[in-house]
Design a binder for this molecule. Structure first.
Ligand code: CP
Length: 314
């Protein structure tokens, strides 16, 4: 094992947890993308890197990609995981849950309704806590997405990524991650569904440092003009199902269809975090087209999260 790890030096992240995208530094994100590439090309070299390490996966909401790719990531790195479904604090206070888990595992991956649940777990646990989606952020998705974009285009700086749809957790993490890496980011939402104002302010700060441009609009045509990637997500996120009929009407102007894709660059790709609702936020023709890289994104969840675990689990 020693030779395997020595052959593949891994930069450890300074932060104890990844509860918000900005817990990682710009340099750490760059290292993570490089490491994800190495892990993808040579998985066998990392097969025992986390031997003897265990993860607790806490899921308050359903998941296919995040849960299975974390389970596979830790197993393929030589470790293992246990899963708990349902409310994290259903039976006891979060501070007690955290102080139980830290005695058993070397890392906690949590998908919760509220960002505050993840933050409280992180406050009380000495084991690293990784945000696997909250109401505000989806950092693991954004890391896999920028890795996928870099793989496709070779270079991130100078690209324009257009997000069309709800100003939700996926949009927030993508906006922060893209802008810090020098990717221009445009977001178009219907009125009333703009991204969180505080996160937009943070994003403006990142853009000022990286030199990338941020555009926030209600006009999808303006957002996708000149874009190298057009990204969307479901109009109704988990937990907001009662609003779905109302949202279908309000978001109708924000469907990604052939007409909208035609306004982007000729070599633009279509991206979606999945699961998708065909006929709502994206047409079947677009998601099944040669421009679609949605399954590359899904695959890269595995490689990016392996890199993250290698960098976070000490
Ligand atoms: N994209 C994503 O997070 O998928 P799951 O909800 O299936 O985990």
């Amino acid at each position: 094992m020693a030779t395997l790890i020595a052959a593949q030096p891994v930069t450890q992240v300074a932060a104890t947890d990844l509860v918000r995208d900005l817990d990682l530094t710009d340099d750490e994100v760059q290292c993570l993308l490089d490491l994800a590439g190495k892990v993808k090309r040579t998985p066998a070299k990392f097969a025992r890197a986390l031997a003897g390490k265990y993860l607790a996966l806490l899921f308050e909401k359903p998941s296919l990609r995040t849960r299975l790719t974390f389970e596979l990531s830790i197993k393929q790195l030589g470790g293992d995981s246990v899963v708990s479904e349902g409310p994290v604090d259903g039976r006891e206070p979060l501070k007690d849950v955290a102080r139980n888990l830290e005695r058993w595992v070397q890392g906690i991956v949590a998908r919760t309704f509220s960002q505050s649940t993840i933050e409280e777990l992180a406050q009380w646990s000495s084991a690293p806590v990784i945000n696997a989606l909250s109401d505000l952020y989806h950092p693991c998705q954004a890391l896999a997405d920028v890795f996928t974009l870099r793989e496709r285009f070779g270079e991130l700086r100078g690209l324009k990524l257009a997000f069309v749809g709800d100003g939700n957790n996926v949009a927030h993490s993508l906006m922060l991650t893209a802008l810090r890496l020098g990717v221009d980011f445009a977001i178009s939402t219907p009125e009333g569904y703009a991204p969180n104002a505080e996160i937009v302010a943070q994003a403006e700060g990142l853009a000022a440092v990286s030199g990338a441009r941020l555009q926030v609009t209600h006009d999808p045509a303006k957002a996708v003009a000149g874009a190298s990637a057009v990204y969307t997500d479901v109009w109704t996120s988990m937990g907001k199902e009662k609003e779905s009929a109302k949202r279908r009407k309000q978001f109708a102007s924000h469907q990604v269809n052939g007409g909208l894709m035609a306004l982007a660059r000729h070599d633009a790709v279509f991206m979606h975090c999945l699961p998708a609702k065909r006929g709502e936020e994206v047409t079947d023709a677009v998601i099944e087209s040669g421009q679609s890289i949605v399954f590359d994104q899904a695959e890269n969840r595995l490689h990016a999260q392996k890199a993250l675990l290698l960098m976070m689990l000490r």
